[in-house]
Design a protein around this ligand. Structure first.
Ligand SMILES: [Fe+2]
Ligand SMILES: [Fe+2]
Length: 319
């Protein structure tokens, strides 16, 4: 009885790769862009996001923890790249790895700089490292692959929200923080289907995909907001006794979680769309935003232009 239930349970997670061939050649290739921003803690605006410190701290906390998520994406993508047969999908995975590696590098530079603002970077790095080293990175590869696809879904939803709310990045004069997030969001939208396509090609199991989604959900919308809430207490506890702090915090919670127009509150429908069995990241077409942003940000006068160094596209290697 127990054995048959166990067997039945395990069969739920059997891989079920998609058999129909996706024409990867029809997709636009993904360049790896190098940026040199050079953060200075003294110049970073801790009210960068819509003049609100609480919401800005949420993004700073995300910045610290997402480097670990990116490292997991890089490791998992590298592991699975060799198993792929399609040379163009392989090339897209190389682009994903390259983009994430530079995101992680620049976010780490940003994170180093906010130490000057008494942000508890060292403590959160320690916690992030423990959490990923002892839990997520020990998962079996199929679960890591599903988690990677789940994480990439969240960053894609975030990216598209941010691209649709461009003005939210212009409440501050801090051009470097703006460049960091706009570039990151642009590229998350650009490579949003890669992890998912790899998952479907190599595994495709629905139950496992849902498992990876909930792990990503719990981390991004559970652990990160909780850690962000602790920051004011660790940074400047005396501020908690001022009404200004609570006014700012109330508004900050709304900016992130309001079902009406909050970053994650108003995108729950989009987030849970991932549970649709026939979901694909490209069901939500962001091409128009993407093209507008790419052109606007990188051309002269654009937010990324002063920091842009070079870009290159990995070659397609014969299978
Ligand atoms: Fe990223
Ligand atoms: Fe990504």
């Amino acid at each position: 009885m127990v054995t048959s239930t166990l067997k039945k349970g395990l069969s739920l997670f059997k891989s079920n790769p998609i058999t129909e061939q996706i024409d990867f050649a029809s997709k636009k290739s993904i360049p790896i862009r190098h940026l040199a921003i050079g953060f200075d803690g003294k110049q970073i605006d801790l009210s960068f996001y819509m003049n609100n410190q609480f919401a800005t701290i949420f993004f700073a906390t995300l910045s610290v923890f997402l480097t670990y998520g990116e490292d997991l994406v890089i490791e998992t993508a590298r592991h699975h790249r060799d198993m792929l047969k399609d040379p163009i999908l392989k090339q897209r995975v190389t682009s994903l790895i390259g983009q994430e590696a530079i995101h992680s590098k620049l976010h780490n530079e940003f994170n180093d700089a906010i130490v000057d603002l008494d942000y508890p970077v060292r403590l959160y790095r320690f916690l992030g490292e423990q959490f990923f080293d002892h839990i997520f990175l020990r998962f079996p590869q199929p679960l890591k692959l599903s988690l990677m696809a789940g994480i990439e879904h969240f960053t894609a939803v975030l990216a598209e929200y941010m691209m649709a709310h461009e003005q939210n990045f212009y409440f501050s004069d801090d051009a470097k923080t703006r460049a960091l997030w706009m570039w990151h969001m642009l590229e998350e939208s650009e490579h949003k289907d890669v992890a998912y396509d790899v998952y479907q090609t190599l595994n495709g199991n629905y139950a496992l995909r849902v498992g990876g989604f909930f792990l990503a959900y719990f981390t991004i919308l559970g652990l990160i907001p909780f850690s962000a809430t602790m920051v004011p207490l660790l940074r400047k506890p005396q501020e908690l006794f001022t009404s200004k702090f609570w006014r700012d915090a109330r508004r900050g919670v709304k900016l992130i979680f309001s079902p009406k127009d909050g970053v994650f509150g108003s995108t729950q429908g989009r987030i849970f769309d991932y549970l649709r069995p026939d979901f694909h990241p490209n069901d939500h077409d962001a091409t128009e935003y993407f093209e507008y942003y790419e052109k606007k940000l990188l051309s002269e006068g654009g937010a990324l232009h002063p920091f842009f160094v070079k870009e290159f596209t990995p070659k397609v290697q014969a299978a």
